[in-house]
Design a protein around this ligand. Structure first.
Ligand code: SAH
Length: 346
């Protein structure tokens, strides 16, 4: 039986250098190959033109490059692009390019499916199949960067971990991917242009704080009242608001980095003055920003976007309390690319 070949991008640079040294070659060969794998994002050993034919064959005999493949690309009337991304084992995730006049943002997935159970989110209907590897996250970013250059004549400027999955439930791989994205040996992007969005896993928020990460944090809050939050995000019963808040206080004490809250206002769920008061109380321990996101209906109408009066009430009370607030319009709705709509429909 043929030995299963190893994914070469699971190797660190040192391991790759050692591989060559063990074969009597120079460690420098490892650097060259590493550069092809990450900075130049080679899809095959064959593409590594400054490596001898024999060495390429050697690599071929030992390793595979499990590069992602963009199977299908859909373009929205507003310029948003959604990619259906096929992984080496045939599973599919989605990633989105969101253009504005000044930036291009990549919205990337961190898991196939999701283990959380947010009742308003289409991805939660897919069961979690597996975590993405660091290279599979990295490749999504590279693919969107190429699309940005091709269609908008500029490189990618920002990355948000707001695609499929809960990044803090795939912590190690997400951090390894970010490390490659920000490293000069990878894409060299500033961590300040990266936002990790989480439903709030307190233990992992503390871990991130301890590791002094430099990217930004966004929390999908949607309600600052336990009973309500649990009814729409059932895992809140396991990670109640007081634990989330304590973890966020710890995050702020360590990083001094402002926290963004994502928040949808739904009719009859969280659209009263009492809900806003709880939100104000929840986020006043640190400089905060609230993004009021438009609801993207995913099915039968159990959830309905609140009235514009309710949204205006949120805005005025939050502003009165010195909390920055923005009202976000959805992008890419016509191709099911907006927040909460990623579900591999096509
Ligand atoms: N699991 C992470 C990453 C997903 S981010 C997290 O929860 O933060 C996707 C964002 O879209 C989250 O803020 C999520 O709460 C929000 N969202 C999910 N379904 C939505 C929907 N139908 N309409 C609008 N926003 C939605």
């Amino acid at each position: 039986m043929e030995k299963k070949k190893k994914d070469i991008r699971a190797l660190t640079k040192d391991q790759l250098r050692d591989f060559f040294v063990d074969l009597g070659d120079k460690p420098f060969r490892g650097n060259q190959v590493y550069e092809w794998l990450w900075q130049k994002s080679a899809h095959s050993f064959e593409a590594m033109t400054n490596i001898s034919k024999e060495t390429r064959q050697l690599l071929e005999d030992h390793f595979v490059i499990n590069h992602i493949q963009v199977d299908q690309m859909q373009r929205s009337s507003d310029g948003t692009i959604k990619n259906a991304v096929r992984l080496h084992d045939g599973l599919v995730v989605e990633s989105v390019l969101i253009p504005t006049s000044t930036r291009t943002t990549a919205c990337v997935s961190s898991q196939v499916g999701c283990s959380l159970d947010c009742r308003f989110c289409a991805t939660s209907r897919l069961k979690r199949m597996r975590n993405l590897n660091p290279d599979e996250i990295y490749d999504q970013v590279v693919a969107i960067d190429s699309e940005s250059r091709l269609y908008f004549n500029r490189p990618l400027s920002n990355i948000v971990f707001m695609g499929m999955g809960e990044p803090l439930m795939n912590y190690n791989n997400v951090l390894k991917a970010i490390e490659k994205i920000t490293s000069p040996e990878g894409l060299g992007m500033s961590p300040k242009r990266i936002t990790l969005s989480t439903s709030g896993v307190p233990k992992m928020i503390r871990k991130m704080a301890d590791e002094s990460v430099k990217f930004k944090l966004a929390v999908s809050l949607h309600s600052a009242i336990d009973e309500i939050r649990t009814s729409i995000m059932p895992f809140n019963a396991t990670f109640p608001l007081k634990d989330l808040r304590a973890a966020l206080e710890y995050w702020y004490s360590k990083t001094k980095s402002r926290i963004t809250y994502e928040y949808v206002v739904w009719e009859g769920i969280n659209d009263t003055a009492k809900d806003v008061a709880a939100l104000v109380d929840f986020c006043k321990f640190a400089p905060s920003k609230v993004n009021l996101i438009e609801y993207n209906p995913i099915d039968d109408g159990e959830f309905k976007q609140a009235s514009s009066e309710a949204i205006d009430m949120y805005v005025s009370i939050l502003e009165k309390n010195g909390i920055t607030v923005t009202v976000r319009r959805s992008r890419g709705k016509d191709i099911d690319a907006a927040c909460g709509q990623l579900a591999n429909k096509s």
